[in-house]
Design a protein. Sequence first.
Length: 193
Amino acid sequence: MELVTFMLFSTIEVLTVFIFMMVLYRENPMEFIWQALSVSVLMGMQSHFLRGLDLGFLAVVINLMFYVLILATIVRLPILWSIIISGSGFFPYGVAQALLFEKIGGELLQLVTSILFLIASYLLYKFGLGIEAPYQKLKLPREKAIVVTVIITAFVLTAITMYVQESWANILFFGGASALFLYYAFRKDREAR
């Protein structure tokens, strides 16, 4: 029964983050919801397996990479934009969970955070808010190297902060990563206009 509840709430969480990141960038998540659902089952299984081996901190990093792969291979976005969109959609979710962690935990934490982010996604969609990503304009070689370096560093730091399991470190890291990814995305959005 524990595996069933873990998979259920993990799937809800994965789909919520996917919907949020897609709507944040004015993409239609419903076009790819079945593919995302299939991948979310894989993500939940690997997360459950890694937690059983006391390697749960790696599950976050692997899930972040899964989001990049979903966007790059299924949605067919450029890899660099897939990384940016994954980070700027995933890290705010991490901030919210870190902030709520002291009050609630487990499946309730996943459910409450998912509800909040689904509401945020609905409001973004309803009011036509979000970022129009200039997918064709991300061509500068040095910028690409810098962004890739920052993203790789973010992945490594994500693993470290999840390993340390300190709420303040998670809030600080996820907050900083969110700010960085969102700043970069908004800057690109302004440059495209």
